[in-house]
Write a protein that binds this ligand. Sequence first.
Ligand code: GLV
Length: 319
Amino acid sequence: MPDQTRVLLWTDTPGPYIDAIAHAGLSARVVVEALARKDAPTQAQRADTEVMLAWGAPRGLLPAMPKLRWAQALTAGVEGWLALSDLPVHLTLTCARGTHRDSMPENIVGALFHLTKPYAAVVQDQAEHKWTRRMAQPLNGKTLGILGLGAVGQEVARLASALRMRVIGTKRRPEAIAGVEQVFPPGRTTEVLAQSDFVLLLLPATPDTENFINTKTLSQMKPSANLLNFGRGHLVADADLVAAVKDKRIAGAILDVFREEPLPPEHPFWATEGIIVLPHIGGGHPTRDAIVALLFVENLGRFLDGKPLKEVVDRNAGY
Ligand code: GLV
């Protein structure tokens, strides 16, 4: 059929996307090819693909795909795409914003529990057959400051307020949010840093947010506060954080994202007491592809019908 749209699924798990395309009744309107993540698109795929679902693209690829009109990123953060000096001007880029809404908030609440409950120490005690009474700290009444109240931040706020935490935060365009006592504009971040027992970073990686956590902003936090970074490694000046934790200018940090991943074995984060390194576990879960697939097929239907797509990346804003 000449009017079928050529779709390339550049992922190791194309199944949920193929199923979703069929379920949405779009199969007859597209020709779908899957490509393993380790492989590069073939000459024919470069020449013919009009729609691509992918984790990213190496420099040089996108300009060599003359028919490509829309790329759906599998990630919520798209700084890698936006850093491409040859990202075609007319390519529509959509991101997987919102698809971490299920797992990431739970992992963040898990981090809050880890910081306040003694389970890790108890497991250690058990290994030594040692009965040690340990005291858990309540989250109830503590202040959680969420920097970046997007889809994930709003869900964290809902869960944290159910735990009777006081939640405040920042949002580029402030609006009332359920469970959040006060939503500040980014210009008033200092107030959030100063009031919070836990500072949660969920900001996107843009030129404006590079090294956002540095010696100055760390000095604006309470010495008893913990930092949680589930946004991007780029938000934190690594050496400044290590120094602040070592000098007890803040209590500690749980980090799920890093400038370089995997975190190199010699990085000081590994060995700094008070810093916990998570191997970027925040958003993933066994059925995440099915969630991204819902967004993808909704967009595919819109694309085929010539309608505006959802979660289009604002290249100026950087997310
Ligand atoms: C994960 O880090 C994402 O941006 O989706």
